[in-house]
Design a protein around this ligand. Structure first.
Ligand code: S3P
Ligand code: PEP
Length: 432
């Protein structure tokens, strides 16, 4: 297993950086490009392992997808353009790929087998397979269709009304992707607002979907039309530099062209509440389908906070790095209502708590989050592990920047899931 010696005791960070394309939007750009009729060109696509898994799967489903210079060109032939795959579809480590794919395949009249890696094999799928079966798809898998390997044969879908039992954009999106192919209308009622990239992308590809607070309605049997997509920078990747900028002394960083969709900007609100010195400016035209802008962060004096309730889905993937931020805030920070962390790439409550403790943090796990007492000096002088979870690996690499002694990071390969250039970008910010 690869072990990397991380930079530590860093005294300054500076520079401007364009973080890689948004992972959620990159997945969807391939999917919608494949389902639309005509040509779609995607620029600033994230060439991370998860999005490459999505691209390969749609190629296996018979869609012509080419990489032209740094862009992706997709020649979609509509929903009927998807063909029965001759081999198993492997989603790798990607929860977004498997759950949205199930929604798409639910309406296709053929059989597919789906597998993923060891982490995917533990992640719950009945949250999507139950509603999709109710709409008319045939799905089976280990433990009553909850775990991979899964097999699916799409059916003639009927629209339905479904109240989401969990706040999950992946579940919402799977049902919308089935609903857009079904007979009649489908209504999804969310528990809390989650990222709305699927809804925005349906409209961007000429489709119809109505959202009113927590209720989303989609008419069935729609046709989508190919279009161009510029993928905004990923705020979930920018999050690592936002926290680095706030906790490293003498830091001033600007992150350019970051997606600022309000269903994703919880981290900016939480950091501001903690006293972080952050400024944001939107740079896109008001009618672009996703808002984009620049964020500047500087070294900050931080205070503790409570993070709970409906902000959780708006910063769910940033909680590991927010926990690190809280170790540098004066007082006790409480993160709750975040049980969903247990079913990510790892159980992120346990991995965050165990790994940050090794570095000297005062942090404890609760049933739905964590409690962090600050401000602590992180000592380092040990080996930590990503446990194969990209967000844990990057959070630990940022933690090392403020450690007194060297830190070794085990299992760094996972970082290429969402941020293949992470260590190069880190070097740029330390060097300048
Ligand atoms: O729809 C998406 O692109 C995602 C939704 C979230 O998952 P859940 O829907 O399981 O909350 C998030 O954690 C994941 O990284 C990406
Ligand atoms: C949870 C994540 O992704 P996914 O669910 O797509 O594996 C993530 O990127 O943090």
């Amino acid at each position: 297993m690869e072990i990397v010696e991380l930079p530590y005791n860093v005294e300054a960070l500076s520079g401007k950086l364009a973080v890689p394309g948004d992972k959620s939007i990159s997945h969807r750009s391939i999917m919608f490009g494949a389902l639309a009729k005509g040509k779609t060109t995607v620029t600033n696509f994230l060439f991370g392992d998860d999005c490459i898994s999505t691209m390969r799967i749609f190629q296996q489903l018979g869609v012509e997808i080419e990489v032209v210079e740094e862009s992706i060109v997709i020649h979609g032939n509509g929903f009927d353009g998807l063909k029965e795959p001759k081999s198993i579809l492997d989603v790798g480590n990607s929860g977004t790929t498997i759950r949205l794919l199930l929604g798409i395949l639910a309406g296709r009249p053929f059989h597919s087998c789906i597998i993923g890696d060891e982490s995917i094999a533990k992640r719950p799928m009945t949250r999507v397979t139950i509603p999709l079966q109710e709409m008319g798809a045939y799905i089976d898998g280990r433990q009553g269709g909850d775990l991979t390997p899964l097999s699916i044969r799409g059916g003639d879908l009927q629209g339905m009304t479904y109240q989401l039992p969990v706040a999950s954009a992946q579940v919402k999106s799977a049902i919308l992707l089935a609903g857009i192919q079904a007979q009649g209308e489908t209504t999804v009622i969310e528990k809390e607002r989650t990222r709305d990239h699927t809804e925005r992308m349906i409209r961007h590809f000429g489709g119809v979907v109505e959202s009113n607070d927590l209720t989303i309605r989609i008419p069935g049997e729609q046709t989508l039309v190919g279009t161009d997509v510029f993928v905004p920078g990923d705020i979930s990747s920018a999050a690592f530099w936002l926290v680095a900028g706030a906790i490293v002394p003498n830091a001033k960083l600007t992150l350019k062209n970051v997606g600022l969709n309000e269903t994703r900007t919880g981290i900016i609100e939480a950091m501001k509440k903690m006293g972080a010195n952050i400024t944001v400016s939107i740079t896109t035209e008001p009618n672009y389908f996703e808002p984009i802008g620049n964020i500047t962060v500087q070294s900050s004096t931080l205070k503790s906070t409570v993070i709970d309730g409906d902000i959780i889905p708006r910063l769910i993937d940033e909680i590991p790095v927010i926990a690190l931020l809280a170790t540098q805030a004066e007082g006790t920070t409480v993160i709750k209502d975040a049980e969903e962390l247990k079913v990510k790439e790892t159980n992120r409550i346990d991995t965050v708590v165990n790994e940050l403790k090794k570095l000297g943090a005062d942090i404890e796990a609760t049933h739905d989050g964590m409690i962090i007492r600050g401000k602590t000096r992180l000592h380092g002088g040990c080996t930590v592990s990503s446990h194969g979870d990209h967000r844990i690996g990057m959070m630990l690499a940022i933690a090392a920047l403020i450690c007194q002694e060297g830190v070794k990071l085990e299992d760094t390969k996972s970082i290429s899931i969402s941020y293949p250039e992470f260590f190069n970008d880190m070097e740029k910010l330390i060097d300048q």
